[in-house]
Design a protein around this ligand. Structure first.
Ligand code: SAM
Length: 290
């Protein structure tokens, strides 16, 4: 039997075996990760923030007990939240990202020559500081402006501005709850330029099927094109993960894939791009609540 210990209760002196338990409330279950070392732990004004060392995934950023990104497979998340929207828009100039973390999506977006400016909006300054110390360096460029604000409040002041908006939100707990409110999708729509595109982290299509279905239904009220796509992120529960694109004009299914900056990527290629939109019927049905 595993020794169930959460990060707050860890006592290094007693040489306890340390496990991180990720709670999956929709299915009444938890997934455990053995922690080799707790490298950093703090309670920021917004959330519980840790960096742990794991055997299989290297360093992991954990917020309120949920893994966010790892040094070993984080490239998959960062590439897949970024490149599909950036390619679907033929020339994205103004880009924004809500949820900074280790700023991986901003680094990926910088690969597109058309980009003139990226706003990175992060509620918790400590996440960016801690990621800079323990994970990858913050994206650095004159084109990137980091804004420490609640994305829900910030977006209400943005109108007809962004060609691409990356909503790199945590799951619907803690400070990210507002990023799932029905009104948020209206604000996102209004913040985009006339041909703008937004992409949302939309959870596991199995463990978060209810939340994913809600995201899609909310987006369909505001956008003519709404498409969910999948990728495989081994460190996330169940492995399969979803993102959902909402677009005013350009359809990711007919995008010019010559624009895809995949020469330096480790997950996405034109074939992976295309196949990511193929949803197995059991996932389609779960999303539609059948
Ligand atoms: N992909 C990221 C990475 O590579 O580190 C993980 C980002 S994590 C999914 C989500 C981020 O959104 C966290 O850094 C969290 O602090 C931030 N966040 C949560 N709620 C927010 C809000 N209301 N406004 C802005 N940022 C928020």
């Amino acid at each position: 039997m595993k020794n169930k210990t959460n990060l707050t209760g860890y006592n290094k002196e007693e040489n306890e075996e340390l496990w991180l338990w990720d709670d999956l409330p929709e299915l009444d279950m938890e997934v455990g990760y053995k922690v080799q070392e707790l490298l950093h732990y703090e309670k920021s004004p917004f959330q519980e923030l840790s960096i742990v060392e794991t055997k299989g995934f290297g360093r992991m950023l954990v917020l309120d007990g949920t893994p966010q990104v790892t040094s070993q497979d984080g490239f998959i998340y960062n590439e897949m939240i970024t490149h599909i929207a950036m390619t679907t828009h033929p020339a994205p100039k103004q880009v924004a990202m809500i949820g900074g973390g280790d700023c991986g999506p901003a680094r990926e977006a910088m690969k597109y020559e058309s980009v003139q400016h990226i706003d990175v909006v992060e509620i918790d300054e400590r996440v960016i500081e801690v990621c800079k110390t323990w994970l990858t360096k913050e994206a650095e460029s004159d084109k990137i402006q980091t804004i420490f604000k609640d994305g829900y409040a910030w977006i209400q002041g943005q109108k007809n501005k962004f060609d691409v908006l990356l909503v790199d939100r945590s799951d619907a707990y803690g400070p990210a709850v507002s990023l799932y409110k029905p009104q948020f999708y209206q604000y996102v729509h209004d913040s985009l330029s006339s041909n703008g595109i937004a992409v949302f982290q939309s959870g596991s299509p199995y463990y978060n099927a209810g939340s994913l279905g809600k995201t899609i239904r909310n987006l369909k009220k505001h956008f003519p094109i709404v498409r969910t796509y999948l990728c495989a992120i081994p460190s996330f529960p169940g492995g399969i993960w979803s993102f959902t694109i909402a677009s005013k004009k350009w359809d990711p299914l007919t995008a010019d894939l010559n624009n895809l900056q995949w020469q330096t990527t480790k997950y996405i290629t034109p074939d992976v791009y295309r196949s990511s939109f193929v949803l197995p019927p059991y996932i389609k049905n779960a999303i539609e609540g059948k």
